[in-house]
Design a protein around this ligand. Structure first.
Ligand SMILES: Nc1ncnc2c1ncn2[C@@H]1O[C@H](COP(=O)(O)OP(=O)(O)OP(=O)(O)O)[C@@H](O)[C@H]1O
Length: 259
Protein backbone atom coordinates (compact mmCIF):
# COMPACT_ATOMS: atom_id res chain seq x y z
CA UNK A 1 0.00 0.00 0.00
CA UNK A 2 1.21 3.49 -0.73
CA UNK A 3 -0.02 6.56 1.04
CA UNK A 4 -1.50 9.53 -0.84
CA UNK A 5 1.82 11.34 -1.12
CA UNK A 6 3.50 8.40 -2.87
CA UNK A 7 0.62 8.18 -5.30
CA UNK A 8 1.01 11.85 -6.14
CA UNK A 9 4.71 11.54 -6.80
CA UNK A 10 4.36 8.45 -8.97
CA UNK A 11 1.69 10.01 -11.12
CA UNK A 12 3.30 13.45 -11.55
CA UNK A 13 2.84 14.27 -15.25
CA UNK A 14 5.56 16.80 -16.06
CA UNK A 15 8.58 17.45 -13.86
CA UNK A 16 8.20 19.18 -10.53
CA UNK A 17 4.95 20.92 -9.66
CA UNK A 18 5.00 24.72 -9.49
CA UNK A 19 2.84 24.57 -6.35
CA UNK A 20 2.53 21.71 -3.86
CA UNK A 21 -0.05 21.84 -1.14
CA UNK A 22 0.80 19.42 1.63
CA UNK A 23 -1.75 18.40 4.24
CA UNK A 24 -3.26 21.86 4.06
CA UNK A 25 -5.93 22.51 6.66
CA UNK A 26 -7.90 25.62 7.44
CA UNK A 27 -10.22 25.90 10.41
CA UNK A 28 -12.14 28.89 11.68
CA UNK A 29 -13.05 29.17 15.34
CA UNK A 30 -16.08 31.28 15.96
CA UNK A 31 -18.09 31.60 19.19
CA UNK A 32 -16.76 28.33 20.59
CA UNK A 33 -17.41 26.36 17.39
CA UNK A 34 -14.79 25.11 14.97
CA UNK A 35 -15.49 25.08 11.26
CA UNK A 36 -13.13 22.99 9.14
CA UNK A 37 -12.98 24.38 5.61
CA UNK A 38 -9.85 22.65 4.24
CA UNK A 39 -8.98 19.21 5.61
CA UNK A 40 -5.45 17.86 5.05
CA UNK A 41 -5.56 18.73 1.39
CA UNK A 42 -2.80 17.48 -0.91
CA UNK A 43 -2.86 19.17 -4.30
CA UNK A 44 -0.23 19.72 -6.99
CA UNK A 45 -0.38 22.47 -9.60
CA UNK A 46 1.95 22.37 -12.58
CA UNK A 47 3.29 25.42 -14.41
CA UNK A 48 0.89 26.35 -17.23
CA UNK A 49 -2.10 24.54 -15.69
CA UNK A 50 -5.55 26.07 -16.19
CA UNK A 51 -7.76 24.82 -13.39
CA UNK A 52 -11.42 25.41 -12.53
CA UNK A 53 -12.47 24.83 -8.93
CA UNK A 54 -16.17 24.25 -8.48
CA UNK A 55 -18.07 23.58 -5.27
CA UNK A 56 -21.17 24.59 -3.36
CA UNK A 57 -21.46 28.02 -1.79
CA UNK A 58 -19.49 27.92 1.46
CA UNK A 59 -17.40 24.91 0.38
CA UNK A 60 -14.22 26.93 0.81
CA UNK A 61 -13.21 27.97 -2.71
CA UNK A 62 -12.39 31.57 -1.74
CA UNK A 63 -10.57 30.36 1.36
CA UNK A 64 -8.42 28.02 -0.74
CA UNK A 65 -7.50 30.77 -3.23
CA UNK A 66 -6.72 33.18 -0.39
CA UNK A 67 -4.43 30.63 1.25
CA UNK A 68 -2.69 29.78 -2.05
CA UNK A 69 -2.17 33.50 -2.63
CA UNK A 70 -0.91 33.90 0.98
CA UNK A 71 -3.62 36.46 1.76
CA UNK A 72 -4.57 34.05 4.54
CA UNK A 73 -2.59 31.45 6.49
CA UNK A 74 -3.45 27.76 6.79
CA UNK A 75 -4.12 26.39 10.27
CA UNK A 76 -1.65 23.62 9.47
CA UNK A 77 0.13 22.20 6.46
CA UNK A 78 2.39 23.87 3.96
CA UNK A 79 2.48 25.25 0.45
CA UNK A 80 5.65 24.88 -1.56
CA UNK A 81 5.95 27.28 -4.50
CA UNK A 82 8.79 26.56 -6.92
CA UNK A 83 10.62 24.60 -4.22
CA UNK A 84 10.18 27.20 -1.46
CA UNK A 85 7.99 26.79 1.62
CA UNK A 86 5.73 29.82 1.65
CA UNK A 87 4.63 29.91 5.24
CA UNK A 88 8.19 29.82 6.58
CA UNK A 89 8.76 33.23 4.98
CA UNK A 90 8.59 36.53 6.84
CA UNK A 91 5.60 38.79 6.19
CA UNK A 92 7.88 41.07 4.16
CA UNK A 93 9.01 38.15 1.99
CA UNK A 94 5.41 37.06 1.57
CA UNK A 95 4.41 40.55 0.45
CA UNK A 96 7.19 40.41 -2.17
CA UNK A 97 5.99 36.95 -3.22
CA UNK A 98 2.44 38.26 -3.72
CA UNK A 99 3.70 41.27 -5.61
CA UNK A 100 5.88 39.41 -8.06
CA UNK A 101 4.42 35.93 -8.40
CA UNK A 102 0.66 36.26 -7.97
CA UNK A 103 -2.02 38.19 -9.80
CA UNK A 104 -5.46 38.37 -8.20
CA UNK A 105 -8.76 38.87 -10.00
CA UNK A 106 -11.99 39.08 -7.99
CA UNK A 107 -15.68 39.14 -8.83
CA UNK A 108 -15.75 42.86 -8.14
CA UNK A 109 -12.70 44.18 -9.86
CA UNK A 110 -11.82 47.05 -7.49
CA UNK A 111 -10.73 49.41 -10.27
CA UNK A 112 -10.14 53.01 -9.24
CA UNK A 113 -13.09 54.96 -10.69
CA UNK A 114 -11.26 58.26 -11.21
CA UNK A 115 -8.47 56.68 -13.23
CA UNK A 116 -8.56 55.60 -16.87
CA UNK A 117 -8.21 51.95 -17.89
CA UNK A 118 -4.59 52.69 -18.81
CA UNK A 119 -3.84 54.35 -15.45
CA UNK A 120 -5.46 51.48 -13.56
CA UNK A 121 -3.24 48.96 -15.34
CA UNK A 122 -0.17 51.18 -14.80
CA UNK A 123 -0.77 51.31 -11.05
CA UNK A 124 1.34 48.28 -9.96
CA UNK A 125 4.31 49.59 -11.95
CA UNK A 126 3.95 53.11 -10.55
CA UNK A 127 3.72 51.76 -6.98
CA UNK A 128 6.89 49.74 -7.66
CA UNK A 129 8.50 53.03 -8.84
CA UNK A 130 9.33 51.68 -12.28
CA UNK A 131 10.15 53.98 -15.17
CA UNK A 132 6.92 55.72 -16.24
CA UNK A 133 7.41 55.30 -19.99
CA UNK A 134 8.15 51.59 -19.60
CA UNK A 135 5.16 51.21 -17.31
CA UNK A 136 2.94 52.92 -19.87
CA UNK A 137 4.23 50.73 -22.70
CA UNK A 138 3.65 47.55 -20.68
CA UNK A 139 0.13 48.65 -19.69
CA UNK A 140 -0.71 49.46 -23.34
CA UNK A 141 0.58 46.06 -24.43
CA UNK A 142 -1.53 44.29 -21.78
CA UNK A 143 -4.68 46.23 -22.63
CA UNK A 144 -4.19 45.35 -26.29
CA UNK A 145 -3.75 41.69 -25.29
CA UNK A 146 -7.12 41.66 -23.51
CA UNK A 147 -8.78 43.35 -26.49
CA UNK A 148 -9.06 46.88 -25.11
CA UNK A 149 -6.69 48.83 -27.36
CA UNK A 150 -9.59 51.16 -28.22
CA UNK A 151 -10.71 51.74 -24.62
CA UNK A 152 -7.51 52.80 -22.84
CA UNK A 153 -8.70 56.32 -22.04
CA UNK A 154 -12.08 55.21 -20.69
CA UNK A 155 -12.72 55.37 -16.96
CA UNK A 156 -14.28 52.24 -15.38
CA UNK A 157 -17.74 53.89 -15.41
CA UNK A 158 -17.40 54.27 -19.18
CA UNK A 159 -16.72 50.55 -19.70
CA UNK A 160 -19.03 47.51 -19.73
CA UNK A 161 -18.80 44.94 -16.90
CA UNK A 162 -16.82 42.53 -19.08
CA UNK A 163 -14.46 45.30 -20.20
CA UNK A 164 -13.88 46.33 -16.59
CA UNK A 165 -13.03 42.75 -15.72
CA UNK A 166 -10.56 42.62 -18.62
CA UNK A 167 -8.87 45.76 -17.26
CA UNK A 168 -8.62 43.99 -13.88
CA UNK A 169 -7.00 40.98 -15.57
CA UNK A 170 -4.52 43.21 -17.39
CA UNK A 171 -3.67 44.92 -14.09
CA UNK A 172 -3.24 41.56 -12.32
CA UNK A 173 -0.74 40.50 -14.98
CA UNK A 174 1.32 43.71 -14.89
CA UNK A 175 4.17 42.28 -12.81
CA UNK A 176 4.33 39.11 -14.97
CA UNK A 177 3.19 36.78 -12.17
CA UNK A 178 3.54 33.05 -12.71
CA UNK A 179 0.19 32.47 -11.03
CA UNK A 180 -3.18 34.09 -11.66
CA UNK A 181 -5.89 33.45 -9.04
CA UNK A 182 -9.40 34.40 -10.11
CA UNK A 183 -12.25 34.20 -7.61
CA UNK A 184 -15.60 34.14 -9.43
CA UNK A 185 -14.27 36.50 -12.11
CA UNK A 186 -17.47 36.13 -14.12
CA UNK A 187 -19.85 36.03 -11.15
CA UNK A 188 -21.62 39.28 -11.95
CA UNK A 189 -21.53 38.93 -15.75
CA UNK A 190 -24.02 37.35 -18.15
CA UNK A 191 -23.01 34.03 -19.70
CA UNK A 192 -21.81 35.46 -23.02
CA UNK A 193 -19.67 38.13 -21.36
CA UNK A 194 -18.41 35.52 -18.89
CA UNK A 195 -17.40 33.27 -21.78
CA UNK A 196 -15.44 36.22 -23.23
CA UNK A 197 -13.51 36.57 -19.95
CA UNK A 198 -12.71 32.86 -19.98
CA UNK A 199 -11.52 33.18 -23.59
CA UNK A 200 -9.16 35.99 -22.55
CA UNK A 201 -7.82 33.88 -19.68
CA UNK A 202 -7.34 30.91 -22.02
CA UNK A 203 -5.42 33.02 -24.55
CA UNK A 204 -3.20 34.51 -21.85
CA UNK A 205 -2.56 31.04 -20.41
CA UNK A 206 -1.66 29.66 -23.85
CA UNK A 207 0.41 32.64 -24.96
CA UNK A 208 2.31 33.45 -21.76
CA UNK A 209 2.15 30.13 -19.88
CA UNK A 210 0.74 31.84 -16.79
CA UNK A 211 -0.82 29.26 -14.45
CA UNK A 212 -4.50 30.04 -13.91
CA UNK A 213 -6.74 28.85 -11.07
CA UNK A 214 -10.35 29.98 -11.20
CA UNK A 215 -13.10 29.46 -8.63
CA UNK A 216 -16.42 29.41 -10.41
CA UNK A 217 -20.02 28.41 -9.85
CA UNK A 218 -20.75 28.09 -13.53
CA UNK A 219 -20.40 24.53 -14.86
CA UNK A 220 -20.64 25.73 -18.46
CA UNK A 221 -17.58 27.93 -18.03
CA UNK A 222 -15.73 25.32 -15.97
CA UNK A 223 -16.23 22.77 -18.74
CA UNK A 224 -13.90 24.72 -20.99
CA UNK A 225 -11.04 24.39 -18.55
CA UNK A 226 -8.59 21.52 -19.12
CA UNK A 227 -8.62 20.66 -15.41
CA UNK A 228 -11.84 20.68 -13.42
CA UNK A 229 -12.01 19.94 -9.72
CA UNK A 230 -14.65 20.06 -7.03
CA UNK A 231 -14.07 21.24 -3.47
CA UNK A 232 -16.12 19.22 -1.01
CA UNK A 233 -15.58 18.02 2.55
CA UNK A 234 -12.40 20.07 2.73
CA UNK A 235 -10.75 18.24 -0.17
CA UNK A 236 -10.45 18.60 -3.91
CA UNK A 237 -11.92 15.81 -6.04
CA UNK A 238 -12.17 15.03 -9.73
CA UNK A 239 -15.57 16.11 -11.07
CA UNK A 240 -15.72 13.12 -13.40
CA UNK A 241 -14.56 10.02 -11.53
CA UNK A 242 -11.56 8.50 -13.30
CA UNK A 243 -10.66 11.77 -15.08
CA UNK A 244 -7.07 11.11 -16.21
CA UNK A 245 -6.38 14.79 -16.83
CA UNK A 246 -6.19 15.45 -13.11
CA UNK A 247 -3.77 12.60 -12.31
CA UNK A 248 -0.61 13.71 -10.58
CA UNK A 249 -2.50 16.63 -9.10
CA UNK A 250 -4.64 14.73 -6.61
CA UNK A 251 -4.20 11.36 -4.94
CA UNK A 252 -5.74 8.60 -7.06
CA UNK A 253 -8.45 7.81 -4.52
CA UNK A 254 -9.79 11.36 -4.90
CA UNK A 255 -9.95 10.87 -8.65
CA UNK A 256 -11.51 7.45 -8.76
CA UNK A 257 -14.17 7.83 -6.07
CA UNK A 258 -16.98 10.34 -5.89
CA UNK A 259 -17.12 12.43 -2.67
N1 LIG B 1 -13.14 34.76 8.70
C1 LIG B 1 -14.02 33.74 8.83
N2 LIG B 1 -14.42 33.33 10.05
C2 LIG B 1 -15.28 32.30 10.18
N3 LIG B 1 -15.79 31.59 9.16
C3 LIG B 1 -15.43 31.97 7.92
C4 LIG B 1 -14.52 33.05 7.69
N4 LIG B 1 -14.36 33.19 6.34
C5 LIG B 1 -15.12 32.22 5.78
N5 LIG B 1 -15.75 31.50 6.70
C6 LIG B 1 -16.64 30.34 6.46
O1 LIG B 1 -15.89 29.36 5.77
C7 LIG B 1 -16.68 28.71 4.78
C8 LIG B 1 -16.02 28.78 3.43
O2 LIG B 1 -16.11 30.11 2.93
P1 LIG B 1 -15.64 30.50 1.47
O3 LIG B 1 -15.90 31.95 1.28
O4 LIG B 1 -14.25 30.03 1.29
O5 LIG B 1 -16.62 29.60 0.57
P2 LIG B 1 -16.86 29.63 -1.01
O6 LIG B 1 -16.83 28.21 -1.47
O7 LIG B 1 -15.92 30.59 -1.65
O8 LIG B 1 -18.33 30.18 -1.06
P3 LIG B 1 -19.07 31.08 -2.20
O9 LIG B 1 -19.15 30.19 -3.40
O10 LIG B 1 -20.42 31.34 -1.58
O11 LIG B 1 -18.25 32.32 -2.40
C9 LIG B 1 -18.05 29.36 4.84
O12 LIG B 1 -18.92 28.52 5.55
C10 LIG B 1 -17.82 30.66 5.58
O13 LIG B 1 -18.94 31.03 6.33
Amino acid sequence: MTDGTDTLLQAAPQGEPLIEMRQLSKRYSLRGKTLTVLEKMDFNVFGGDRIAIMGASGAGKSTLLQVIGTLDEPTSGEIVFDGQQLFSKTSRQLAAFRNHEVGFVFQFHHLLPEFTALENVMLPGMIARQNREKVRARAEELLAQVGLAERMQHQPGELSGGEQQRVAIARALFMKPRLLLADEPTGNLDLKTGAGIHAVLRELNEETGVTVIIATHDPRLAQEMPIQLKLEKGRLWAIEPGDDRVRGRLADELIDTAP
